[in-house]
Ligand binder design. Structure first.
Ligand code: BTN
Length: 235
């Protein structure tokens, strides 16, 4: 496995996607200390002070079709959650329960970006992982963020990195990945509000999250939801 360690990049996703397009092997990892344009799901920013978090992207060549791609990120999230003993918030946020009636605290997230053939065959996937490891405080605008250090103290960033990469490689395409996700789910069995779309197309789906379908959809009041942000999970 190749691990490319860099100082400052725009986004490890950009570097890893360029390497993937040039034929980088499955399992190639790009890790950076600082990103000037780190990005998250749904067009959000991902910021992390140098030295505190883990910022990396991994090239996967899983084969398969475009429609299976969400399962890769669910599997990777479940694997990391298992390795770090945290939970998953649908679809692939890594969280820690904060008690009844309050949202869980986010400790990390995964962004999946891929290239596919016109017929839908996946050429490669780049999974970007941001983990809060050594942060001791977060800015006031991130009231629902936490870190492994805040939760447990005494964590070793290199060990967390090695465990997270190993977990992704083990679980992203594992046949048992969805059951692992279900067993690590914070979202299931809770009332949720899911925001989908934006601007005039924005809508909110509210209901009880009862399950994860085999295609990765969250089942809310019996209906599948494929894209969106779980905004609150009151008990
Ligand atoms: C999310 O929770 O919305 C996903 C966050 C993913 C952030 C990571 S940090 C490393 C990689 N590079 C990026 O620009 N994004 C991902």
């Amino acid at each position: 496995m190749t691990v490319l360690r860099l100082g400052e990049v725009t986004s490890t996703q950009d570097v890893a996607k360029d390497l993937a397009a040039d034929g980088a092997d499955h399992g190639t990892v790009v890790r950076a200390e600082r990103q000037t344009a780190g990005r998250g799901r749904l067009g959000r920013r991902w910021a992390s002070a140098p030295g505190d978090g883990l910022l990396f992207s991994i090239v996967l060549r899983p084969g398969g079709l475009l429609r299976d791609a969400p399962l890769l990120t669910l599997g990777a999230a479940a694997g990391i959650a298992e390795a770090l003993d945290v939970q998953v918030k649908w679809p692939n946020d890594l969280v820690v329960d904060a008690g009844p009636d309050v949202p869980p605290l986010k400790i990390g997230g995964i962004l999946g970006e891929l290239e596919a053939e016109p017929g839908g065959a996946v050429r490669h996937v780049v999974l970007g992982v941001g983990l809060n490891v050594l942060q001791q405080v977060f800015p006031a605008e991130l009231p629902f963020a936490t870190s492994l250090w805040i939760q447990d103290g005494g964590v070793d960033r290199e060990e967390v990195f090695e465990r997270a990469v190993a977990a992704i490689l083990e679980w992203h395409a594992h046949p048992g990945r969805l059951n692992l996700w279900r067993s690590r789910a914070h979202t299931l069995g809770r009332k949720v509000e899911i925001t989908t779309g934006n601007g005039p197309g924005r809508s909110i789906i509210a209901g009880l999250a009862t399950g994860l379908a085999d295609d990765g959809a969250l089942i809310v009041d019996g209906r599948p939801v494929y894209v969106g942000e779980v905004g609150s999970c009151p008990a």
